[in-house]
Design a protein around this ligand. Sequence first.
Ligand SMILES: *Cc1c(COP(=O)(O)O)cnc(C)c1O
Length: 432
Amino acid sequence: MLEKLIKTGEISIFDSARSCEFGKRELWKVDVSTSAKNCRNFIREIVDTLDLQPNPTKPVIALSLGDPTVYGNLKPAPEVTRAVVEVVEEGLCNGYAPSTGYESARAAVAEYLNYDGVSYNSRDIILCSGCSSSLELCITALCDGSRGQNILIPRPGFAIYRTLAESIGVEVKYYNLIPERNWEVDLQHLEEQINEHTAAIVLNNPSNPCGSNYSEEHLRSFLEIAYRRRVPVIADEIYERLVFPGKKFVSTASLFSEVPILVCGGTAKRFLVPGWRMGWIAVHDETGAFEHVRKALVSLSQRTIGSNTLIQGALPAILQYTPDSFHDDLAKTLALHAQIAFERFSFIRGLAPYMPEGAMYMIVEINLRCFPEFVNGLEFCKQMMREESVFCLPGECFQIPGFMRIVLTVPQEILEEACERIAEFCNRHYVE
Ligand SMILES: *Cc1c(COP(=O)(O)O)cnc(C)c1O
C-alpha cells in the first residue's frame, strides 16, 4: 500500500512515516490553541496602529514606558544588588526550589507584609515570576471560562487583567472609577456588574494608570459589597506602600473583613527591579473560604516549577536590608515629579491633570473640543509624537478615551522638557 502511494506520487518517501499514521497529509499545517489565539496585548495593538513617527529634529521622550529603570536615574538600593551578587557567588541557589518558593523566602515575604495588624505566615505566600504571573495564577485558580464565568476589572485599569482573563475564556466586565473622586470605585456601578457568574473582582490600589490611593473608608465600602455578594477579591498591590509623603497606604487585608482576598505584589516597582521577575501571592482568608483555592494555587505553581531561585535566595536580604530611606527617597522623587507635572499641565489650555497620591503615573484629560483637529485622543498622542517627539499612552490603552497617561519616573529635566513641548503642541492646536 505504502509502496503504491510512493510510486504514484501521493506521498513522498520523506514523510512516509507520518503519512502512514495520519493518512494523506503532505503539507504541514500546525494550528494554535484557542487560548493562544485569545491572548492579546491590547497596548501593543493600539500603539502599533498609530504608526508612530517622531520629529527627527527632536530627541524622543517616552512618557509611555511603565518601567522605572529606562532612563537610569532610578537605581535599586546597593543592599539589594549586593544580596543578589552574594547569592550568585555562594552557589547555593542553583537548583530547583519548591514550586511555591523556598521556605525562607516565603517567610521573608510574610514578615515584610505583616504590618497594620496583618499576620501572614510562610504557608500563606506563593512566589511567582513577577506580579503578572501572580495575577495569572489567581485568575486561573478562581475563574472558569468553560462555565461561563466573568471577572470584574477596573476602568480605567491595567490592560493585563483582560489579557489574562480572556485568554482562558473568562468574560471581562468593567466597573468604573470616578475621576472627580480621586478615581474611587463607582460602588453602585460595581454592584450592578456582579451577577451569579462573577468569580472575582480585581482591585488595583494604588492604581496604574490613576495613581490613586484609597482611604480606609473607601476600601471598607468596597469590601462590604464583595462580602454581601460573596465574591472573592484579587487585590493587585504591586504599588503597596509606594505613596507620596504624608499619604498613608492601607492594605485591603488589614481591614479584617470576612472577604477572602488574594493579595498580589512583588519587587518590580518599589525596589525598582522589574526585570528580576519576582512576585508573590499572599492568601488572606479568615474564614477558610479559600481552602481549595490554596491547593489550586500550589498545583498551578507546579506548571512552571516556580520562580527564579537566585532572587528567591536574595529575597530575605532584599526585604530586610533595604533602608526605609530608599523607599522614602523614591516616594519623594515621584511626588516632586507629580507636583511639577501637575503645575505645568494645569497651565496648559485644553488639558486637565489629576494629581496622583502614589504609584508612578499621572492621568491627564484631553479636552478634545479644544482640539477639533483630532478626532480622538489617539490622534492627539500620535500627532504630538510627530511634532514634538513626546509620546504618552493614550487613554484607550486603559479603556478611557479622551485621557492620556504620563509616567513620572523619568529624570526631572526630561519631564520638564516634555511638559514644555506638550505645552507648545497644545498652544499650536488649541481652538477657543
Ligand atoms: C507593573 C505592574 C504589574 C506587573 O508587575 P511585574 O512584577 O513586573 O509582573 C502588575 N500590576 C500593575 C498594576 C502594574 O503596574
